[in-house]
Structures are given as C-alpha cells and as structure tokens.
Design a protein. Structure first.
Length: 830
C-alpha cells in the first residue's frame, strides 16, 4: 500500500486538489484572502496536472472535450463551474501539447498569447472566461519540467526560493494601490469585462507576479515529489538549459525590470533610495509595462541570449545617460540628445582621474581576454535567432500598448500628464520610460513644433507690422565701419555676490567698470552652445524643449545670423574657440551662419598657451588682437573662451586668488578658489584687450559677457558651493530663481559712449544691440527684438512660463524663428 501511494503520490494530490477546488467553487466568496488562496490552489493544480502523464488516447481526449462543452451548454453560462471549465481546459491543453510538443518556442508563444488575451479581453470587453488560455503556460511549465535530470539543479532551487520574498514584496506594494483588491474577484476563472484601463493594468501585473509566486512554490513542491517519483518528459529533445531557465527566467525578469523602474525613479529624484513602500505605484506599473513590451519585441527579433544582452545594455545606457545629465544639468536625458554623445564623451574626459582610467583599462583588457578565450561559445550563444511566430504576438501586444498610451482618455484615467513642455518634473511624475515614449512618439513635433498658421502670407504680415512701427529704426549707415568684437566668456560671473566668503582681491575689477547690463542666460552650469545660438541669431531657446541643443538638432542648412549680416556689409567674419572644432558641430554650424573663418584649438600653441587644462584667456585675447591687425576689411569677431570651464577642483597648481570662508569644506574651498583665480585671469585678459585697443585708430566695439553661471560642486555636483553659502532664495526651486541665470554684460568702445541697456536681457536681445551700435544694415525681422524688449526683455523657459506664448508679439516671434530654422525662409527673400 505504501509503495502504491509513493508511486502515485502526484496523481493522488492532483485528484484531491481537483475535487477540493471544484467543491469550493460551488460557493461564492468575497473575502480577498480566500479568493487568492483558491487561485493559488488552481495554479498549483494546473502546474501539477502538467507533470502527470495519463497517456490518454487523442480520441478519448476529444470525447471528453465534447462532453465537457455539452455539459457547459446544459448548465448555462451563468452557472459555469470550475470542474467543467477545468476539464475543458485540460482536454484542450492535452491536444495542443500533443500536436506541438516538439516546438522549442511553445512556452514563450503561449506565455505571450496569454498576456495578449488579457489585453484583448479588457480592451474589447470580451465577457467570456479566458481561463483556458491564461492558465495554459502554467500547465506547460509543469509538462516541460518533468525530466529526471532537473532534480540535480540545487542552485536553481535556491535562486527560485530567493525570488519568492521579492514576489511577496511586490504584491504587497501593488495591493496598496486603490482598486487593486477589486480585480481579484474575477481572476479565479478569468472572466474579464473590465471597463477601465487601470483595472487592466492591475489585473495584468497582479496576475504576472502572483502566478510567478505560486509557480515558484509549486516548483519547489514538485522538486520534493520528483525525489519520490521519477518520470520522463515529452520534451526530451529540449536542451537542459532551456528547461532550467524558464521559471527562474520569468521571475528574475519581472524582478529586474521592476527594480529598473524603481532605480530610474531614484535617478530622476537624485536620491539613492526612495520610499520602498511606494515602489510599483500605478505610474511605475505603466513604465514596467513599457519595459516588458520592449523586451518581448527584442527577444522576438534577436533571440533570448542576444536579445537579453541588447535589452539590458540599452537600459544601462539610458540610466547612465540620465544619471550623468542630471548630475551636470539637473535635467533628464532626452532622445534627441543622441546627437550629443560625442560631445558628452569629450566633456566626461575632464572628470576622469587616473584611478578611473586604470579601472576602465583593466576591465577592458579582462573583457578582451575572456572574449578571445570563449569566442566560440560567445559566437554561438549570441547568434541572432529570430522567433517569427512569437514576433507576431509580440507586435500585437506592442500595438495594444501603443493604443493605450496614445489614448488621452486612458492617460487621464491613469493620471499621466502629457504636455508640450517637457522637463524633469514631468519625467518624475510620469516615469522615465513613459516620458521617453511620449518624446520619441512625437519627436518631430517636440523638435520643430510648427506654429499654427505658418505661411508666406503670415510671414509677410509680420514684416508689414514691423515696418509700420515709427519708433523702430530699420537700418543705418556710418562713414567708417567699426570692428566688432563679441566675447562670450566661459562661466564668467561675479562670485563676490556670494555671502559668507571673502577674496583677497577684486576678481572682476576691470570688467565691472564697463558693465552696461546683465544677461539672463537660457541655461545654468553648461550648454554654452545654446547661449551662442541666441546671441548670434537673435532667436530664442524659449521655443525649444529642454535638452535641445539647436547647434546639434536644428542647424542643418544655411541660417541667417549676425555673422551673415556682417558678411553682407563687407566684413571679415571670424569665429574663435580654443577647443575641438567638432564640439557642438561648430565646424559646420559656423559655416551655416556665415562665418568666413573658424579658428579652433589647432590655431593655438598647445605647448605654451595652456593654463590649467585649457587655453588661457590671455592667449585668446592675443589671437583677437592679431586678427584685428590683419587685413584691410573691418572685422566681426565672435570668440568663446575656454579657460574657466569646469571642473575646478585642484585646477591650478598656483592660485591667483586666496579665498576664505567658514561655511565651506576643503573640497568646496578648492573649487571656489580655483574658479575665482580663473575669473581673475579673465578680468585681466579683458583689460589687456581694452588697453591695446584704446589707442587704435580703428573704431572698435567690444561686447563681453558670461555664458552661464558655473557648476560649483564636488567634483561634478551642481549647486554644492551655492547651497553651502545660501545663494539661492529657495534650494527647492533653484531652476525658477532668476539668480541662477544672471551674468554680467560689459560693453566698451574707443570711439563713442555706450548707453546702459535694459537691466536684464536675453542673449537674443544682444544681437540687435550689436547690429544697431555697429551701424550696419540688417534685415527688418531683427526689429521684433526691440518690440519684445519693451514687454519681455528676456524669454527664459524656467522664468517666463508658457502662458505668454498666446500673445500676438510672441506668436510673431515664433513664426520668424520657425521660418528661419525649419520653414521656407521667406524672410530671406526680402
């Protein structure tokens, strides 16, 4: 008797479970814990049934199926009983598995089919039980995992057991979401008729995680039985690795992707750990849905091994890019910034110390050695293995997810905000992957954002309005054309404004004498090219989305600028920047803007002209003076300095300025002292230029301003020094504090007096000031800036808000910008 029980223990347990659950299902329960227990029993039963070999004849299976269906018709849909539904399902499962058990993709196809069915049943309001389809992958797992050889995998047992507490934790988090318990009622037989998208998401993820939990437990119980009763599998043709990976693979992928979403949230909030109790809220579930969708499509196209590596590599790049971008600019990484990968690498080199270099080099050598040693295995494992059968189903799920994310009513129900102003706040609210989905989907609109009513007639109307303004001077002529020098000084700012710190000398003494106003920069801490863009074109970053660098994204054709205006006025136009010429695409952009020449770092002496890690400002002034003295044509010179580019920690071996403060630590003192020394050098270089030009017989105008405030952190922080000295009004709202963007503007001339400009202007306003003071003829559309100056002297995304875009004047400005950058350039026809 004992021997018989031992030999048939699985069959006995399966029979007992079937009868028990069938009996329990005759009654209705409302208690959630009871329902979850019943579902757990159903999952265990389904899994164990898969491990039992009854050797039923196909004709008998078909007969049982027809008999069960007939019984179901007789009792009626409203009196559907579990035992009847389970018998139908078992017969169907046996038939499918009998005909297709040679397919190595059967489980993945059935798994994807079950997910797709949950979607379809919800979105199409299908009011029939889908138990048979949804539970089939569970049956199939049991059917696959009968093999004797599997009983020796102790390591896998441990790993699967370790997944269980994670599943319990994730379920506990989901059950905190309002409405989560209400979806449990229909899950025992999966009678789906959801009326809202939130219920669909909760049903999907509660099922995925809860079934993974129950399957893991069922598997461990099965392992106990396998030591008592041994059976062979129909799937003996499958490799052992395939059989070993299924349960652990499903569980580990759910856990990994859930933590990816969680860590993306930590990165956006710039916190190492956020509240674990809030993991997997409804927004994070949507992000998890996107990740799983992408993963399924990738492995369908590339196969499991190559697909898995591709997926995790892609996610790692996205997370690292966001981590770095947020560290430097307090903004997330945007899809259109792939143009900046080369530039980001060049910037990143500045922050790499020798330990990092050694670590990267050592790791690279080790990886190369391992790759050579195991090259045959790597080539075989990573060979693309598309699964076209599964790809069709994956694309169905992909399409349904796109439908959900593109439905404004669904998004509203889920509390997802989609607007035309992107930024860190929206990414934090929606989640990193949802936000990037929106940005990629509407890429063209986010980049160009065509104004309503754009046409040749609308542009002509704008020009007519500008022509009728009597107070606006369209152009002027002078007998002798002056040289015009515009210097944008890297991170130039008056650090003496900081409280609680003293310097042993006035670090901006010379520039202060000629200050005529202030620039409200469009950026903080970096993004020099965006300031250039405004100053040279008269256009505005106000109409662009965060993260857009016009030099990299917009300028792909000849674009009017003050350089092209000076060119048409018979000037020799020269751009000077002592850095790599390809940085921010300057080598191409300056040509599009109309510069005759561009002098990059190759035009300097790389042995003698450096101070610290960059070309000294003094040497840049020497280059400007050399250009001014050469040739007969008047010069327009636009120069961008480099000496004061961060990082500042231990930048100079000898400091020009001594700094003291009780509020700063050693690293912060080093940062501020090195920065102040660089500013002091810039101030002296400015004075050297002015002194040389004072006695020149050539009329000359000099504009000198800082592109943005510096990043003063340790070593790549953004606000450390500022916060230690309480510079900002509110540390929680730094990005909306105008003090984050104001840099000094100095203007000097050796032939006339220069009146002060409006106290605070955008770099775009500076372009019109330069054209008017130099007396050159310029296109009439530049006069939009004079009208704007009266109402909005600066336009800045963080300061102005988007409400003013409805004003007629601002709309006209946007039309001008669109025409010049993306449109037909009707303005060039005049």
């Amino acid at each position: 008797m004992v021997a018989w029980i031992r030999a048939n223990i699985k069959n006995l347990i399966v029979s007992f479970l079937f009868l028990s659950i069938s009996y329990i299902n005759f009654f209705s329960f409302t208690d959630t814990r009871m329902i979850l227990s019943i579902i757990a029993g159903e999952i265990f039963l389904t899994f164990m049934v898969g491990t039992v070999e009854l050797h039923l004849d196909k004709k008998l299976i078909i007969f049982l199926l027809l008999l069960s269906i007939l019984a179901n018709v007789l009792v009626g849909y409203n009196k559907l009983y579990f035992f009847n539904l389970f018998l139908i399902s078992y017969a169907v499962w046996c038939l499918i598995t009998t005909f297709t058990d040679k397919s190595k993709e059967l489980f993945l196809i059935s798994f994807v089919t079950s997910i797709a069915t949950i979607y379809l049943a919800s979105l199409m309001y299908i009011k029939i039980p889908i138990f048979t389809i949804v539970f089939y992958p569970i049956y199939l797992l049991g059917h696959i995992l009968q093999d004797d050889s599997f009983s020796k995998s102790i390591l896998q047992d441990i790993l699967i057991a370790l997944c269980i507490p994670f599943d319990v934790f994730f379920l506990n988090c989901i059950f905190r979401i309002e409405g989560s318990y209400s979806v449990i009622q229909n899950m025992s037989i999966f009678k789906m008729y959801n009326s809202d998208i939130k219920t669909l998401l909760l049903t999907l993820f509660i099922w995925l995680i809860y079934s993974s939990l129950c399957i893991s437990i069922s598997y461990l119980v099965y392992r106990i039985f396998s030591s008592i009763q041994k059976k062979k599998s129909h799937f003996t043709d499958l490799p052992r690795e395939y059989k070993k990976s299924l349960i652990l693979s499903i569980n580990s992928k759910l856990i990994f992707t859930a933590f990816i979403v969680y860590f993306s949230d930590c990165i956006l909030k710039k916190q190492l750990i956020t509240d674990l109790n809030k993991i997997l809220n409804i927004h994070q579930l949507i992000n998890l849905m996107i990740l799983l969708m992408v993963y399924i499509v990738i492995i369908s196209l590339l196969g499991e091994n190559l697909g898995r590596i591709t997926f995790y590599l892609l996610i790692s790049i996205i997370l690292i890019a966001n981590m770095v971008k947020l560290s430097f600019f307090d903004e997330p990484f945007y899809p259109w910034e792939v143009y900046l990968m080369k530039d980001a690498f060049m910037i990143g080199i500045r922050y790499i110390n020798y330990r990092t270099v050694i670590g990267i080099a050592g790791s690279s050598i080790l990886l190369i050695i391992l790759a050579i040693k195991f090259r045959k295995y790597i080539v075989q494992s990573l060979a693309p293995k598309p699964r076209f059968n599964m790809l069709i189903l994956a694309l169905v799920i992909f399409a349904m997810n796109i439908y959900i994310l593109d439905n404004s009513e669904y998004l509203s129900d889920l509390g997802i905000g989609k607007s035309w102003y992107t930024g860190k706040e929206e990414a934090v609210d929606n989640g990193l992957f949802v936000e990037n989905f929106f940005l990629i989907k509407d890429y063209d609109e986010y980049i160009s954002d065509k104004p309503e009513g754009y046409s040749k007639e609308s542009i002509t109307s704008v020009i007519d309005k500008l022509s009728k303004c009597n107070d606006i001077k369209v152009s002027s002529e002078v007998s002798m054309k002056p040289n015009v020098i515009v210097i944008m000084s890297e991170s130039f700012w008056d650090a003496t404004q900081l409280k609680g710190v003293t310097f042993d000398r006035d670090i901006v003494e010379n520039v202060r004498k000629d200050i005529k106003g202030s620039i409200v920069s469009p950026v903080f801490g970096g993004g020099t090219a965006n300031v250039e863009f405004e100053a040279l074109t008269g256009l505005s970053n106000y109409f662009t989305n965060p993260g857009v660098i016009p030099y990299n994204v917009y300028l792909r054709r000849p674009t009017p600028s003050i350089a092209s205006v000076f060119n048409k006025n018979d000037y020799d136009t020269v751009a000077i920047h002592p850095n790599d010429k390809t940085f921010y695409n300057r080598d191409k952009v300056y040509k599009y803007m109309g510069f005759n020449r561009f002098i990059d770092i190759d035009g300097f002496d790389k042995e003698k002209d450096f101070k610290g890690t960059n070309i000294a400002d003094e040497k840049l002034m020497d280059m400007i003076l050399n250009q001014i003295s050469s040739g007969d044509k008047p010069k327009f010179i636009f120069a961008v300095t480099m000496q004061n580019h961060d990082p500042y920690l231990n930048e100079y071996s000898k400091l020009e300025v001594k700094t003291s403060s009780k509020n700063l630590n050693e690293a912060e003192m080093s940062i501020l002292s090195n920065y102040a020394s660089g500013i002091y050098d810039a101030d002296r270089a400015f004075q050297k230029l002015i002194s040389s030009l004072k006695n020149s017989d050539k009329p000359t105008l000099v504009y000198y301003f800082g592109d943005h405030l510096p990043r003063l952190g340790k070593p790549i922080g953004v606000y450390d020094v500022y916060n230690a000295l309480n510079y900002f009004n509110d540390k929680e709202k730094i990005d909306t504090d105008i003090n984050s963007y104001i840099t000094p503007l100095a203007i000097w001339s050796n032939y006339k007096d220069i009146s002060p400009v409006a106290s605070k202007i955008s770099p775009a306003q500076l372009s019109l000031h330069i054209l008017k003071e130099s007396g050159v003829s310029y296109p009439i559309y530049f006069n939009i800036l004079e009208r704007l100056n009266k109402e909005h002297p600066y336009l800045q995304n963080h300061l102005n808000g988007k409400d003013i875009q409805n004003e007629e004047l601002v709309k006209d400005y946007k039309l001008i910008q669109y025409d010049l950058l993306f449109g037909s350039q009707y303005l060039n026809e005049d």
